[in-house]
Design a binder for this molecule. Structure first.
Ligand code: ZN
Length: 70
C-alpha cells in the first residue's frame, strides 16, 4: 500500500511556477490548515487564526506560534 501523502493544495495555480515550488507551497498550505493539539486542554482543536496566532476552538486558549505551523 502506498504511503498517504498531503493532498495537492495548489489547484488554483494550475501549471504555473514549476512543480518543485508548487509542492513546497502545497506542504505549507496543508500544514496551515490542519488542526493541532492544544497545549492547554490537550484536544486537537488548535487552529490558525492569522499569521503567528493559534487558537483552540474548545477552550478558547490563544497563543503565539509560527506563521504557518505552531
Ligand atoms: Zn484547548
Amino acid at each position: 500500500m502506498p504511503t498517504p501523502r498531503a493532498p495537492n493544495m495548489t489547484k488554483g495555480l494550475k501549471a504555473r511556477y514549476g512543480s518543485t515550488v508548487r509542492k513546497r507551497v502545497s506542504k505549507v498550505l496543508y500544514a496551515r490548515r490542519m488542526t493541532r493539539q492544544c497545549p492547554s486542554c490537550g484536544s486537537a482543536n488548535l487552529r490558525r487564526v492569522s499569521a503567528g496566532i493559534w487558537s483552540c476552538k474548545k477552550c478558547g486558549y490563544t497563543m503565539a506560534g509560527g506563521a504557518y505551523e505552531p
